[in-house]
Design a protein around this ligand. Sequence first.
Ligand code: TRP
Length: 364
Amino acid sequence: MTDTTNSNAQTQTTKKRILTGITTTGIPHLGNYVGAIRPAIQSVQNLDNHTETDAFFFLADYHGIIKCHDPKQIHESTKAIASTWLACGLNPEKVTFYRQSDVPEITELAWILNCSCAKGLMNRSHAYKASVDANLEKDSEGDPDRGITMGLFGYPVLMASDILMFNATHVPVGRDQIQHIEMARDIAGTFNHRYKDLFTLPEAVVDENVPLLTGLDGRKMSKSYGNTIPLFGNVNPQVDSQKQLRKAVMQIVTNSQAPEEPKDPNESTIFEIYKAFATPDEIAEFRGQFETGIGWGDAKQQLFEKIDAELAPFRERYNELMANPKELEEILQHGADKARRHSRKQLDKARRAIGIKPLAKLKK
Ligand code: TRP
């Protein structure tokens, strides 16, 4: 792990607080699992009340509606992501696991932070600039902002609120999110300087060792390319997700080399995904099989078995949660209660700092 920001950041607590959000716009796939879900859950596995670290994980559903305007998709994704994290071993007693929209203080703080955020800072946001560039390339009738909402433009402010609300010190993210953490620091700095030292400056934590998976067609595995391998299959629990996994693995694109021909493991998506699930010994053994010649069908079958061995124990719990939204809802409400114990206090401090407070104490 590397901290991407300088480490002499002034922090108000000595306690380490990990926080990260998951945008609710898709159904988790294998790439999400090895790149984010598995490492995040592993990193908090040993936390207990005696450690000086705590963790906040949340479903960023208000971030979800920035790009996805399909209510059904937002709703189903929230359910599938919550079920996935819990089924894969996230312990809601050890971490605070909640839905962003259940903590209304976050959106309220976001407004306050908007007023400490320079517009020019948002102009420089990669996500916004990418949309402007896309407009300039296609015919947008000369309007660089065509189709861009204030939600997309101000996205980093909501993200800053997510983080600063809980005074998170460490924020595990993908590379594409580093700029957003820097913006959160910037916004916190402006507020702290102008009003009161209230917010901890967060650091982005990027894990260089997590594998980035290639998809079925040889491009990066991504929902937007439609080339993913589903983690627990379709949202519909009736569909056998083990069969779906096998079917997807069998669709991985390969070249036309004959079974007995030696193959370069480093050029193979099958080998790459296998590496993310196997022990060093198993990887060495599989490499040997490539070098002496293995049929693609055989290689895919071995890959399927390897992935399945890791996921099978989680599958039952996933299906159970998907079929029991009540249980899920209870877990999320419990998480929201825990989160709000912090957020109510923090919002109160922020409001007081900016001069929004009762004019007098009223007798009850
Ligand atoms: N924007 C993040 C992503 O797309 C998700 C997110 C929302 C987040 N709020 C956050 C991540 C706060 C870390 C901290 O990946």
